[in-house]
Design a binder for this molecule. Sequence first.
Ligand code: ATP
Ligand code: MG
Length: 866
Amino acid sequence: MMTSNEIRKAFLDYFASKDHHVVPSAPMVIKNDPTLMFTNAGMNQFKDIFLGNQQRQWPRATDSQKCLRVSGKHNDLEEVGHDTYHHTMFEMLGNWSFGDYFKKEAIAYGWEFLTEVMKINKDWLYVTVFGGDEKEGLEMDMEAYDFWKAHISEDRILKGSKKDNFWEMGDQGPCGPCSEIHVDIRPAEEKAKIPGKDLVNKDNPQVIEIWNLVFMQFNRKADGTLEPLKAKHIDTGMGFERLCMVMQGKRSNYDTDVFQPLIQEIAHKAGKTYGQNEEADIAMRVCADHLRAVSFSIADGQLPSNVKAGYVIRRILRRAVRYGYTFLGFTEPFMNTLVPTLVGQMGHQFPELLKQQELIQRIILEEEQAFLRTLAGGIKRFEEYASKCSGKVVDGAFAFELFDTYGFPIDLTQLMASEKGLTVDMEGFNRGLAEQKERSRGAAKVESDDWVELLPGVEEEFVGYDTLEADVRIARYRKVKAKDREFYQLVFDRTPFYGESGGQTGDTGELRVKSYELRVNNTKKENGLIVHIVDTLPEDLTATFHAEVDARRRMAIGCNHSATHLMHYALRQVLGEHVEQKGSSVDAERLRFDFSHFAKMSQEEIRDVEHRVNEMIRQCLPLEEHRAMPIAEAQKLGAMALFGEKYGDKVRVVKYGPSIEFCGGTHVQNTGMIGSFRIVSEGAVAAGMRRIEAITAQAATDYADRQQEQLAALTDMFKGTKDLAASIAKLQEENAALKASVEQMQREKAAGMARAIADKLQACPTLVDRMDSDVTALKDALMALRAERPDMAVVLGSVTAGKPALLIVLGENRVAAGLNAGQMVRTLGKEIQGGGGGQPHFATAGGKNPDGLDKALNVAKELIAH
Ligand code: ATP
Ligand code: MG
């Protein structure tokens, strides 16, 4: 039996033997694409080639791509665990032709690999082809049908609908018919009863799609029409875990060697046996699957958080914790303890896991701890709700609140409800869910027109490393509507503007032609294009513009970016080699840097890092830049690469003395230009993750000036002192002593008043009086009197510092006789334009209108008399 690692290798070897270039998996977490958070198919990393924005590096490629299908167009989350062949994170094996071979070869390769190399029984296989679509005016894909006929009998070639057999990248862009390969792994008796072809695309867990061959031949335009693509492409995707299942003679992906080590470990920890109880089995599958998704995301730099991609990851982890809690009896954090097993099994294939094992484990542990507390809170909320619930139905809005706030999947709420003999209003729940989806879609809604090409085929050149000005022409433009804003995107033939990427903000500046001037508000990178954002279109679109980057701003950004490299280097020296960059953001004002480290930095460490960076600034280290260094050479040089970044064969290397990094950003020519560097904050972002914010150049000088001014002002206030800190400490001490003696005096005064009140009460148990001192200070004394005087009823009003207040204290007998201080104070409070509250025997109120106080006391007299 082939192991999963052998199967992956056989696939890549087969396509390498057919002249395919083997490329590494791109990161699973996507950083610079507003339309996609996670890689959900092998083709994502080649999108720019298919869109025609980027030249192909090779005509053919093959890879195994880490994918995550938990949001957007592909969301399999709710299936995972319940079925045996959908995962959140999985590997997609692919072969690619960029305008090279097309349907004939793609079909022949697919068939040969499955039946000759993998030796899968031909009688188990079925294929589908696109059957045409009247609305689109598309014919059936006869080409594919005829090519398949050469390999497989016609009764195994099935026609599919647009839904299953027409692939689209999105609302716009490349698309085309596809052919799926399905495999029937049912036992012979069952095959005899129902032919496999009746079960294709019918959600049978043992007649499943394993491979999809996409034939990209059209471009979908913004108005919905299709136009033929000039260069036709092949994009295929095969589920690696599904292939392993077939090859290892299993009926479930979870029974393969990809998942069994994790499943067994979970079963062992839970004290259960896998395969004995469906509920527990589902939970084990969920935990094993989700552990992979979460660990790989963290390794790619995406931590659980409350927003966007981070929130998706948080929800996946919570789902696993919740299944473990409910069905496997894990009431303590357990997912983190599975990390070593996962790393042991996949760490050699994916070194990003191995190197970051400790970080991954700590972050998962912290998330689990926090969620287990929330979970307990949610269960309590549910219990309270259920005990008060009058009918038999749990309100849909409440179920949605549990889902949204506490991360309770609806099936958990249903389960808890049924344990109490209740059902859940699913319609209401689904409404809440739909509304939420609508909200998030509305917020992110962006509509783009088609690009209008003015210089077709021109590839944009970035000249901004060498110059801040250039004469440029518009190569293409389009209008974009986002929320209620409209703007235009321009792409030039060449540009000095840096498009936001790698954590560095985009350039701003001007476009000029004669007396015409147009502001470039921002520059972004989108699908491999450098896109300039402007409010209006220039009148003459074909003019040659003089493009000029805002130089002061670019300089400030460069200082902050270069300082980030120096600080990264210094941090590794001061704290150790475990420091890895986890995120960075650089703009004209400041730099922000997230990195792995397990303790708060001490003041000494912070100063040490600052000193080292400033030392490197003073050394005036010149920028050594290698624009296109082969990646192996760069690694040999000791350049620091980042996990979760995608690098091509050639990389840009930025070097200042001992600091060497892979980087595409813009930098200062010489570290001396940074002038000065200052760390302004250091704190935790998550378990094992720290964040530093720092400033450079003029901002650092301004910062030092402000501190200097503050100090000068303070020194001025303590004229003549030699030791400012000691003087302030002395002042604090004196202040504390004064406070204590004032409080003592107040207490004595209150005691005196209390004695006076006690005397008055001797004469009459009811007292309504005005006493312009802090009445609440009398509270303790009056409460003490209550014990001796069950017949007392005291209402005091006071005005201090212009503010009226009321205090009511009633003895037991008066309460028993029907007086209620809490109710009284609400009535009286109105007279002084205020509010308050309390209990039947004691209440206070504060207000705004001191003139109403006497009226309030008169009302009080009446209320007490009744
Ligand atoms: P299915 O209908 O089974 O969900 P799909 O149509 O969504 O598959 P494609 O988008 O064509 O699948 O992806 C290509 C291949 O990737 C599939 O043939 C399948 O083998 C695999 N695949 C898709 N989704 C998953 C998943 N969630 N987990 C594991 N493998 C998957
Ligand atoms: Mg699917």
